[in-house]
Write a protein that binds this ligand. Sequence first.
Ligand SMILES: Cc1cc2nc3c(=O)[nH]c(=O)nc-3n(C[C@H](O)[C@H](O)[C@H](O)COP(=O)(O)OP(=O)(O)OC[C@H]3O[C@@H](n4cnc5c(N)ncnc54)[C@H](O)[C@@H]3O)c2cc1C
Length: 309
Amino acid sequence: MKRIVLVGAGHAHIVVLRHFALHKPNATLTLINDGAYAYYTGALPAAVRGDITPEQARIDVQKLATACGARFINARYTGFENNFANLDEAASVPFDTLAISVGAKSVPDGIKPIAKFFDRLRRWERLPAARLGIIGCGASGVELALALRARLNRNAKIYLQTGDGQVLPNAPRRVRDIARTELARARITLSKAIPYPLDDVIHAYAPAPNIAVRETLQLMEHDNIFATGDCAAFPNPLPNSGAIAVRQGRVLLHNLLANKMQKFRPPLATLAIMSLDSHKAVAWYGTDYISGWLPMLLKNWLDRRWLRS
Ligand SMILES: Cc1cc2nc3c(=O)[nH]c(=O)nc-3n(C[C@H](O)[C@H](O)[C@H](O)COP(=O)(O)OP(=O)(O)OC[C@H]3O[C@@H](n4cnc5c(N)ncnc54)[C@H](O)[C@@H]3O)c2cc1C
């Protein structure tokens, strides 16, 4: 039997786990993750606002793996060598095929690991007038700034660093205008450089992916090793997106089981939905956009559907 080992409970691997058994494969499946739970960043702003608890924003991947007939190993992966996946403080795991989906490399004071982020949030909540700086003015930085304003007391000062750029550089102009209006209403200060001293700085951006893959998601020099999601450097650069990682998961499942490899074809555009508060969101697809309660309804439905998986 072919031994397939999945490292990291990234989005693509959740897809593989959920659909693996349906293919009745002549293979065994093992999931290695550094914890029994995987937090879903799409629901992170809702958990920061307090609309849901942190526990409701995570998937019990140990339970999911077991329910899908896979073995689960709670350990930190450190690399591979001669068809063995090496782990921190645990025995190496032999594989015939390895798939890596460990997310973007963590940055100091970043949002991930999310369990640690919630510890920081509880500390900020106790401060009478927290001073926080957010570096990164893409969708995750903006969404997080607005969510923090909803959570922290009104004396909190929140700065969003724009550098030489602007908020949501990759979104349509009207969406940028909406974001700027919401940030002003929430008294988030946009500044070229965040003013120190601060109680904490949050790095809300992901570093560039570091595992080069082919269009088939195979590593450049290893036919039996795959990488997907934010850790995989695709031939033409892709945005960090759970939605893209989910699509890669379908191709990965096929390639783990079949002899003839499929290529991952990135979509021309993906639907982005960014919550503005507990009731409103803005969604955009290419140059089209919509804001208000409707995209928020859609976001809540999509997030719940994913978490229920
Ligand atoms: C605030 C915020 C909001 C976002 N909202 C959205 C959104 O609405 N829609 C969207 O599409 N994208 C969103 N994103 C982007 C999205 O989070 C990422 O692109 C997405 O998580 C892709 O991650 P992944 O599947 O590669 O891995 P991840 O989801 O990061 O999962 C990686 C897994 O691997 C585990 N792991 C890591 N290192 C190791 C190791 N060494 N050994 C073992 N296990 C390991 C981790 O614990 C984790 O379980 C958001 C990001 C942020 C920060």
